[in-house]
Design a binder for this molecule. Structure first.
Ligand code: TYD
Ligand code: MG
Length: 436
């Protein structure tokens, strides 16, 4: 429970009357112009695609994620690029101006390591008081305002402490009013916090126009920028980045990157094709089974859901005859990726079966399909796109569920093996004992 201090009634009623813009007037739908707003173009393409092309003027975008995942880095990089043609104000409540300058110097390099010059129009201020921030905005009139982070921003007229639900929500509402009335685009950074302590981005989701999550494993280099709400574009679009010495760089061909370190012909590895937004992604799933040394056998998923793993292990035991009752089972999605789609079931099952039998999965084969409780293989959506991506990366065979409807055009540059059941699919996928 968090105590909420209400704002003074005067300011509330004033806002309610004022609405989003000063003089509102109902208009006929037919009178309203449908011209697309001119978006502020982002030079970082992977970022732009997640936003649906660029930042819409007057919109508020929340970029959230775990502390240390790279939010400040990504937004500072964006600011440095945009400031070459438009004024940008970067407000930080977390780091000193010098710290940010040092980081900017590090980020300002071409991909070959040559230094780039500083953009003229990037303004920096360390400030947590929202009223002061609004004054700076009036003075500088930026096209883009970045606030790092919403949890450090406070309104002194509220009594609660920085980061509390009421502070975070009121500050965000004020910034939204600013955005809507002035046409300035606002990017907010929000930390995902441990439950209970302070207010996380969840309380902001209905206030802002777009919510992006930056995710990834801190110990891995890949970062995924995912859109979970977007009033100006598709949701569930994904941008892929790599965190390096010089900040975040875009990965335009993620499937290739995720498969780079793969050991061909090693048991316990299978390739799944998952959809991230509209984009198919090939990922390596690793499985390992090993004799339980004492007590209950353990089931340890990394990158997939625990209950999904239990289900797959149960089906493998009952319908495929694997004896996993006294085996620990580990599953890992390579690259720190999280896969929640049932379409990866078959590859997970194959990775486990391959490790348990100690025979590799055929190296040039991808596995796609959802597993049902009776051991049947179920069709998944977007099959043509998945198959095209697999073929593009040089895979020769795809093991997929049996097609019930034959409407869609499937690519013909990859051999397709249709399987009705998990057993059929695994018999096709695992190399024979003699071959291996
Ligand atoms: P940061 O953007 O500060 O994370 P957040 O704002 O989400 O809390 O980035 C944190 C980590 O990223 C930090 O541990 C250092 C690392 N990093 C790099 O690896 N390369 C870089 O170029 C930069 C700027 C940071
Ligand atoms: Mg930060």
């Amino acid at each position: 429970m968090v105590e909420e201090v209400l704002a003074a009634p005067a300011s509330r009623s004033k806002r309610a009357v004022r609405g989003l813009s000063a003089g509102s007037r109902p208009r006929r739908l037919t009178e309203i112009s449908e011209d697309v707003e001119e978006r502020l173009l982002l030079p970082i393409e992977e970022f732009a695609r997640v936003l649906g092309g660029g930042v819409v003027p007057g919109s508020v975008v929340l970029v959230s994620g775990d502390p240390g995942i790279g939010k400040s880095t990504l937004l500072l990089q964006t600011a440095l690029e945009i400031a070459r043609s438009n004024p940008v104000l970067y407000v930080s409540g977390e780091e000193s101006e010098r710290q940010i300058k040092m980081r900017a110097l590090r980020l300002l390099h071409t991909s070959d390591g040559d230094p780039l010059n500083m953009p003229e129009d990037l303004y920096l201020v360390t400030e947590t008081n929202l009223n002061a921030i609004l004054e700076h905005v009036t003075e500088i009139k930026p096209r883009l305002l970045i606030v790092d982070s919403i949890q450090t921003t406070t309104m002194p007229e509220l009594e609660s402490s920085a980061g509390s639900v009421s502070q975070v929500r009121e500050s965000a509402s004020r910034l939204r009013e600013l955005a809507k009335s002035s046409g300035i685009s606002v990017l907010l950074i929000g930390h995902v916090t441990k439950e209970g302590s302070i207010a996380g981005p969840r309380v902001l989701e209905h206030i802002v126009d777009t919510v992006l999550y930056l995710e990834g494993d801190r110990f891995q280099t890949y970062r995924l920028l995912r859109s979970v709400k977007n009033r100006f574009g598709a949701t569930s679009e994904v941008g892929v980045f790599e965190m390096g010495e010089r900040g975040m760089s875009e990965i335009t061909n993620p499937s290739e990157a995720f498969l780079a370190e793969r050991m061909v012909n090693a048991p316990g590895s299978a390739i799944a094709v998952t959809m991230e937004g509209t984009r198919p992604l090939l990922v390596e799933i690793q499985g390992l089974t090993s004799q339980t040394s004492f007590g209950n056998p353990r089931r340890t998923p990394n990158g997939i859901d625990f209950n999904r793993l239990l289900l797959i292990v149960a089906v493998l035991t009952r319908r495929f005859g694997l004896r996993l009752g006294e085996q620990d089972v580990f599953v890992n999605v390579v690259g720190g990726l999280k896969v929640s789609e049932p379409a990866a079931d078959l590859a997970i099952a194959a990775a486990i079966a391959s490790s348990s039998r100690d025979v590799p999965v055929r190296a040039d084969t991808v596995l796609i399909g959802e597993i049902g409780l009776s051991g049947e293989l179920r069709m998944v959506n977007r099959m043509p796109a998945r198959l095209r991506e697999a073929a593009k990366l040089g895979f020769k065979t795809a093991i997929v569920p049996r097609r019930m409807r034959r409407g869609e055009q499937w690519p013909d540059n990859i051999r397709i093996t249709e399987a009705r059941s998990l057993r059929q699919a695994l018999d096709g996928a695992l190399m024979g004992e003699t071959e291996a």
